[in-house]
Design a protein around this ligand. Structure first.
Ligand code: UTP
Length: 291
């Protein structure tokens, strides 16, 4: 079945990037000249996903405004003849069919995903975490997963290898290589604390394609790590009973929920952006002499 729908969980509190997130969602952090959430929506659209639901919470209305028209701004750009800027601003409002829903209590990612049950209905769907930007020169990250869904017809996890010292912060997978960067996944553990729980260094990274059965499982998933309803705990049931596919993602991943990730994203994308690359390169070279 063709995958048409995407959900973007973006209701997290962003405590790792406080105080910036006290009143501003991390999904609105700019990377050069666009907010994080726009990169994610563009990835979904460029991957053929047509219906998008963003899961938000209180204080995240800025995101809704960003994907709406801004009549005053548009009138002013028309008046001043800034047609390129006008096109850019109006295109954002027409990027995709975007729906918003609120997660009223922060009970974890699994709980957030459950909010999209009636939007998704009975079809496979994609999840793109709202704070994870994956910059790809080739196939967009979620499209890499959609292609693997087309090949194997089972749930697909985007993965990256993490250093052993960091693995306790992630959901890790038991995997077996199928071909190239594609693996079979038969088990997973969220935030492994004991050495024997480290199933591998492959960890779930910001992108997933899931069958609709996940919703029945999430309904009965008890709170796990950090007292939250963990999506990993629900996906584990599918991995153990039916198996899932894991794809080692190609592309540069930036964690916008982490201070260093915000800096990395701005530097690396700034080094590619036509308006900033030359100036930024010269600046970094100069700065490097002093540090
Ligand atoms: P994170 O754990 O990275 O986000 O969740 P967080 O909760 O904002 O992190 P802290 O506060 O810095 O530790 C992964 C994804 O799940 C979403 C987040 O917005 C992020 O996209 N999420 C998490 C929700 O939508 N709802 C939740 O209750 C928790």
């Amino acid at each position: 079945m063709k995958i048409r729908k995407a959900i973007i969980p973006a209701a997290g509190l962003g405590t790792r990037v406080l105080p910036a997130t006290k009143s501003m969602p991390k999904e609105m952090f700019p990377i050069v000249d666009k907010p994080t959430i726009q990169y994610i929506v563009e990835e979904a659209v460029n991957s053929g996903l047509t219906d998008i639901m963003i899961i938000t919470n209180r204080g995240k209305g800025l995101m809704e405004d960003h994907f709406d028209h801004s009549p005053e701004l548009e009138a002013s750009l028309i008046k001043s003849g800034k047609t390129d800027m006008l096109r850019e601003v109006t295109e954002i409002a027409e990027l995709a069919d975007i729906t918003f829903i609120r997660q009223k209590e922060m009970k974890g990612l699994g709980h957030a995903v459950l909010k999209a049950r009636s939007f998704v209905g009975n079809e496979p769907f994609a999840i793109l975490f709202g704070d994870g930007v994956i910059d790809c020169d080739g196939t967009p990250a979620i499209k890499q997963l959609i292609d693997a869904y087309g090949e194997f017809g089972e749930g697909v996890l985007g993965v990256k290898k993490v250093p052993e010292s960091e693995v306790h912060k992630y959901g890790v997978l038991k995997v077996e290589n199928l071909h190239d960067n594609v693996f079979k996944c038969t088990d997973m553990i969220e935030k492994p604390q004991r050495k024997e729980d480290i199933l591998s260094l492959y960890s779930i990274t910001d992108r997933v394609v899931l069958p609709p059965e996940i919703f029945d499982i999430l309904e009965r998933t008890a709170p796990g790590a950090n007292g939250e309803i963990q999506l990993t705990d629900a996906m584990k049931e599918i991995a153990v009973t039916k198996g899932m596919t894991a794809v080692e993602l190609e592309g540069n991943r930036f964690d916008m929920g982490n201070k260093f990730g915000v800096l990395q994203a701005n530097i690396e994308i700034g080094l590619k952006h036509p308006e900033t690359k030359d100036q930024l390169k010269a600046y970094i070279k100069e700065l490097a002499k002093e540090i």
